[in-house]
Design a protein around this ligand. Structure first.
Ligand SMILES: [Zn+2]
Length: 414
């Protein structure tokens, strides 16, 4: 009795702490794994470019997903499958007693169908749409799976490899949401997304509320129907009021009217006018407060425009459609998943900084569960733009090495 209690007491710190990460990195069999990632760097980069040249617009990730699934099978993952929303999943079973870790990259890009997604290379620099965000993450996840293919290194917990759909704006994190709500419900202990280039860790989730706001009326001739309320004028009032909203700088809270549209001609009162509004914050409360202020501004603008023309025959209406809701949330830097990630980086010779961002990790963080997003190594820029680039530099392989160490440590290896 006393004996088994003592054993439990001995085992616990290994599960809870991050202090074992340097020792794990120095273990001879793990060092061989790390070396194998470096030795296969060209393979990783080939995967990155090959996957990237398969278009994957939001909601149309299936073709890239099938290619990714074939690679999961090739590197020997088990129970390889595509779930109901299109997430590609494969597993490496643990020995049975440890936490389950998800290591994911996202399949989708922001680029619409028909975008040229060819990749060009100059030295270690690759240019192509999605090459960093998130073909880098997909390649890193694959590189970790391949490194584990022919090794005796075991983990107590299972590592689940995922190429998920729906990370970018329109997808509204539907892939990761599905993992938590259905496909891997109650199974995930740690969630690690690999997204983009660099050596940072995202542990705080910037939440966002996004709406399409439309003022509607009957429209009419600008001269003949003058005296009727005007949807474009209501929209203008609303935007002016939103522009004046005061937000805290800490926690950083922002708003943006990114798109406005409506109307048919200069001499017509429009029958509708709309805007797309994006609000973000690291704090769920600050985001809710901003949201409430914006909603009040929208309704006041409607009332003001209708009141401006009391004898007008038309009354405007207001329609608010939700484009996306991403939960906000924060984990302390002392959370185990964050400490493991920073310790693993240091074991590889770099110091990851800790950031706030909007990523697939918003889903677990919003649920109060451990989740982070780590960069995939190398450097990059121009994400979501037509000149996106990724540079593998002298040590891009540290990205997949980092992901490997993090996954091993979180899955209970020590
Ligand atoms: Zn991304």
């Amino acid at each position: 009795m006393t004996r088994s209690l003592a054993l439990i007491a001995l085992a616990l710190p290994a599960v809870l702490g991050a202090q074992d990460v340097p020792r794990l990195a120095a273990r001879p069999d793990v060092a061989i794994l790390l070396d194998s990632i470096r030795a296969r760097n060209a393979w990783t980069l080939t995967q990155q470019t090959t996957l990237c040249e398969i278009p994957a617009p939001p909601f149309k990730e299936a073709t890239r997903g099938l290619a990714y699934k074939a690679e999961f099978e090739r590197v020997g993952l088990t129970n390889v499958r595509v779930d109901a929303v299109g997430n590609v999943i494969g597993e490496r079973r643990g020995t049975g007693s440890g936490p389950t870790v998800v290591l994911a990259g996202h399949l989708d890009t922001v680029f619409p169908e028909g975008t040229d997604v060819r990749v060009t290379r100059a030295g270690t620099r690759y240019t192509g749409r999605g090459i960093g965000d998130d073909c880098r993450g997909l390649a890193v996840v694959l590189s970790v799976a391949r490194a584990l293919q022919n090794t005796a290194v075991q983990t107590p917990g299972t590592i689940i490899f995922v190429g998920n759909v729906g990370e970018e704006g329109p997808g509204n994190l539907r892939g990761t949401r599905h993992l938590y709500e259905r496909e891997l419900k109650d199974r995930i202990d740690y969630f690690v997304s690999v997204d983009g280039a660099g050596q940072s860790v995202t542990s705080r989730a910037v939440g966002s509320h996004r709406y399409r706001v439309t003022y509607k009326g009957r429209g009419g001739h600008s001269y003949g129907a003058f005296g009727n309320p005007n949807p474009a004028h209501a929209l203008g009032r609303a935007i002016a009021a939103i522009a004046d909203i005061q937000v805290p700088t800490t926690p950083k809270t922002t708003f943006n009217v990114g798109v406005i549209s409506g109307g048919t001609s200069v001499n017509s009162i429009p029958f509708d006018a709309s805007m797309e509004l994006d609000m973000r914050s690291e704090s769920a409360r600050a985001l809710d407060e901003l949201d409430a202020k914006a909603q009040r501004a929208l309704r006041k603008a409607l009332a003001a425009e209708n009141a401006r023309w009391p004898r007008g025959r038309d009354r405007l209406s207001l329609v608010i459609d939700t484009i996306g809701l991403r939960p906000a949330g924060a984990q302390p830097d002392s959370a185990r998943i964050v400490r493991v990630a920073t310790a693993a980086g240091r074991a590889l010779g770099f110091s990851p900084d800790i950031q706030a961002s909007s990523t697939d990790a918003n889903v677990p963080i919003g649920l109060g569960k451990p989740g982070i997003t780590i960069d995939g190594g190398g450097t990059g820029g121009g994400a979501h733009g037509l000149d996106e680039w990724y540079d593998d530099g002298a040590d891009g392989w540290k990205g997949p090495q980092w992901a490997l160490l993090v996954a091993l440590a979180l899955a209970g290896a020590r």
